[in-house]
Design a protein around this ligand. Structure first.
Ligand code: E4P
Length: 217
């Protein structure tokens, strides 16, 4: 499973990228607003840092304007994936932009039917939002599983990009189901390294090292 980082925080992206943990980056208007930076400028900086796809989202609601914005975003760098919302206009924009050879990430997906439409419209990525479904007592992971079945049944090559990931368990659950990509905030990716028994085991080793005076260099 590929790891995308869901942030516009350059330092956080760079830290994970140096460890080989970054296969791509996703942003959305809320993330860009939080960064306090110009969307074109910060997106260019991310594209210069990361080799994989960098999702940048349109802000218009009608298809023609989304297409215009998508073309402008795609000029930033070759690794831009234009992000469009899963509305009828978003699907129209997806069809046109993917037809021009641009990567398109269709976002705000909350049902298997929406994912089916995005694949038919030529999406490179479909972004089902796990956490926001869980927030309203629905099952985000079940949606990932349903989309996996549907795409496999018909051989769609649209990649399932599990989004709205809130904790480290979501990451391993998505990997078990067979999501192609999971995008998560840097803190969630780092939390994957944590285990209470690792901490306990290390504390025990450190105590014995001190007692025995073990040194390597
Ligand atoms: C994905 O592309 C979105 O930017 C993101 O995962 C949304 O996550 P949230 O529901 O935590 O805002």
């Amino acid at each position: 499973m590929k790891f995308f980082v869901d942030t516009a925080d350059i330092a956080a992206i760079a830290e994970l990228n140096d460890l080989g943990m970054v296969d791509g980056v996703t942003t959305n208007p809320s993330i860009i607003a939080k960064s306090g930076r110009d969307i074109l400028e910060v997106t260019k900086e991310i594209c210069d840092l990361v080799e994989g796809p960098v999702s940048a989202e349109v802000v218009a609601l009608d298809a023609d304007s989304m297409i215009t914005e998508g073309r402008k975003l795609a000029e930033i760098a070759e690794n831009i994936a234009v992000k469009v919302p899963l509305t009828w206009d978003g699907l129209k924009a997806c069809k046109v932009l993917s037809g021009e050879g641009k990567m398109v990430n269709v976002t705000l997906c909350f049902s298997a039917n929406q994912a089916l439409l995005a694949a038919k419209a030529g999406a490179t990525f479909i972004s089902p939002f796990i956490g926001r479904l869980d927030d309203i007592n629905l099952d985000g992971l079940e949606l990932i599983s349903d989309i996996r079945d549907i795409y496999d049944n018909y051989g769609f090559d649209t990649q399932i990009l599990a989004a709205s990931i809130r904790n480290a368990n979501h990451m391993s659950d998505c990997a078990k189901i067979g999501a192609d990509v999971a995008t998560a905030p840097p803190a969630v990716i780092k939390a994957m390294a944590n285990h209470v028994l690792t901490d306990k085991g290390l504390a025990g080793f450190m105590a014995d090292i001190a007692k025995a005076g073990i040194k390597i260099v």
